[in-house]
Design a protein around this ligand. Sequence first.
Ligand code: PLP
Length: 350
Amino acid sequence: MSRFADYNIKNITPYVPGEQPKVQRYIKLNTNENPYPPSPDSIAAAMSETHKYNLYPDPECSELTQKLAEEFSVGFENILIGNGSDELLAFIFQGFCEGGVAFPDITYGFYKVYSELYNRTPEIIPLKEDFSIDCNDYLRLDKTIVIANPNAPTGMVLQLDEIEKILQCNDNNLIVIDEAYVDFGAVSSICLVEKYDNLIVVGTFSKSRSLAGARVGYAVSNRDIIDDLKKIKFSFNPYSLNRATLAAASASISDRIYFEECISKIISTREKFKLNLDKMGYLQTDSKANFVFIKHPYLSGKDVFERLKKGGILVRHFEKERIVDYLRITIGNDEDMEFVTKALSKLVVK
Ligand SMILES: *Cc1c(COP(=O)(O)O)cnc(C)c1O
């Protein structure tokens, strides 16, 4: 640390992204990327924007906003586009959490990081023993509540009626539902935005739409909240989405067939893989995301992580006490998961 940095920066522990190996020696299943490339239409649309790079992109992201408004059956004024959903989550921690913020002990690591960055006091709520979220733990907390649904890294889902209960019992507080993985098997809360004025739903093109490298996310809420978020965006960087990204994302929404094909392939690969994990004796949560969360019957998480890595497979291990023996494995294509299944089966022979 330099002698010039502010005190506030001194105590921040930044987010640690999954390793991005420089050489493609690994089957890379550690960052929940989509194994399938973006829609060919997205690639073509992005390419055709580059000759306009001398011009700023549309700060309103009008075309993409309109497409998403139609997709989600909400108004244009109910959506804000961000440079990844991370940017929008950061705006929320920056602008809506002065009364504190609550989230589960086991969840997306960025919530804690943003709490520190923006000096928010987090109330960390333990998941139940089986890693489920009990909605009754989130009633009348009197602070902003952030929940990933499906949760990460468990993949477990909260039902809409449970989310409604949280919304109803916290009517003076904001509820943020992070739907990064919703397309892989959960029901979106976007349908509740009209009914509850204390709800923001955040989503991303990084996982289900194969655009992690393009950086695009969205927030859906009522007009007032979206206007507040816009104020933050336009006080920071109105041009955070580049032309190619905007074009790629719009084309992705239009190419519904490709999107649905990729999703159904990933879901069917996941279900096959989950069955095999059961057969081999691994413990796992009931994941509805594009990853599984597993535990070996007797080896430590670190041990399994190292052995898989030696075998050319990169997965995610968290140095966090409660889940230190678990691994998060992204669902790749069928071939990837057959390879992983073989490697995992070698670790359970008696
Ligand atoms: C991947 C992920 C995000 C961030 O997505 P980006 O749009 O790539 O910034 C947000 N929340 C959760 C739970 C995620 O897993």
